[in-house]
Design a protein around this ligand. Sequence first.
Ligand code: ASP
Length: 580
Amino acid sequence: MRRTHRCGEVTKKDLDKNVVLNGWVKRTRDLGGMLFLDLRDISGVVQVFFDNEKTELYEAAKKLRMEDVIEVTGQVRAREEKNINPNMSTGEIEVGATGLTVLSKSEVPPFVISDAENASEELRFEYRYLDLRNEKAMNAMVLRSKAVMKVRNYFQRHNFIDIETPILNKSTPEGARDYIVPSRIHKGKFYALPQSPQIFKQILMVAGFDRYIQMARCFRDEDLRADRQPEFTQIDAEMSFIEQEDIFEIIEGLMVELWDLIDVKLSPPFPRLTWQEAMERYGTDRPDTRFGIELVDITKAAQETGLDMFKGENNVTKAIVAPGASEWSRKVIDELTEEAKKMGAKGLLWIKMEETEVKSSILKTLGEEKTRTLAVAAGAKTGDVALIVSDSFLKASKVLGHLRLVTGEKLELIDKNKFNFLWVYDFPLFEWSEEEQRYSATHHAFTSPREEDLDKLETSPESVLSQAYDLVCNGTELGGGSIRIHRPDIQKKVFKALGISEEEAEEKFGFLLKALKYGAPPHGGIAFGMDRIVAFLAWEDSIRAVIAFPKTTSAYCPLSDTPSEVGTKALDELNITLKK
Ligand code: ASP
């Protein structure tokens, strides 16, 4: 028998039709003499009805267990008025069974599919095929497929060419650690899995492809923090003969189409903030603008108090105001202080502007009047709390940027139904790494300095701004990119500033440097975390929910028990001996 309908697609217009359905038994309810069965496939659920007149059939149905795979033949009929379920696409009908075939039995599943969210993640990943049967999980994958189609169509319409770049690459670790693959043929040598197709897409521009796009699988061997995956998908794009503005326009158009999938209308152009402004106002390069509370610089007012703690040479004093938070208990203030310290602050000053009095961590030292003046400088009114940090610009900004988010959550100021996009640009080209005592690239080594900063590359690298940009949504970085260096002489200077010797540059990136000598067009591009975008569209917090076969936070796949050991034969062929 061939299937005539998918379960979720049988409706009132099929009344009296004979149908053949396939699917999984979601559940059965035996009311003694009649048995209702919910049959599920990817399209939804339909109610099947067995009555005991046809005894053999009824007895067979009674033996069905959750997740058995069956074929049902039957006739569509209207449900009784009182049984109509307006929440189901098939809620007005049911199928009176006339035949039943068990196609496959199921063992008792380790969790009930519709209750998968209450099972542990490890268990869900081990039985991911069951986890994916859950409507929400399945819908997320369907949505992902639609999003991928959108992306491909969009870029094709805009003359982008889809090109695959190699997975077996040269190891050129900069940002993260590479995943390494030993070569059998070239003994003692290794390939690396791509962290991004960066160099190849630039070389494609040199080749003259003009506009490139790829859904690129990327690999980074990092210690997995919260929501990272060792492999992930990027929408990777590159364009020639363009400026930053062209990238913004193309990408804004793409976001409009993607968010259209969930009926959210975005209206570009998205707001733009320089990195400096983002740090000053929000204390982060990925501001969440769904709520107010901006950072205020109160250095002057702080210095006027005469207190030593505000006087350090490179000190700035910054503040945020938690509106109407003067009811906060000591416990909340302690919590915030802990958060500030976790971010590296020496401490947190707070001033509570209560109805009748001022309370503060510096009341004793400063006295009421000066304390009040400081709070007012921060913009606090009666009923508010001012939180103050005095430190270097970056430290004070970052600490308060974090406290701003904590405050926004605590006071429930964040509208979770909003999507606030914005661009951050004019990033510093380099950032100083205390740990390594050298500069590293803020974006990556191929990012172009701003034209007007070129002559500062050698004299004051820390003040050079780059042509890098990030797209931020609700405080999350969705993607980032840059206009690239297309002149070998500038590329060399940047390597030098990064402390990469000529030999090292030649050894690692020689093939790019060579390509740049053969007519490289000005070019730039961007890459987006596809997983993150789909998670947003699916209203999921974690990217794991929108990846078919995700790994755990320890980069482990419980489904296939990966990674695993390999036999001595394979190791021998690779000329590899494992250390004891
Ligand atoms: N390749 C960069 C990254 O993966 C993005 C870009 O510059 O296009 O972050």
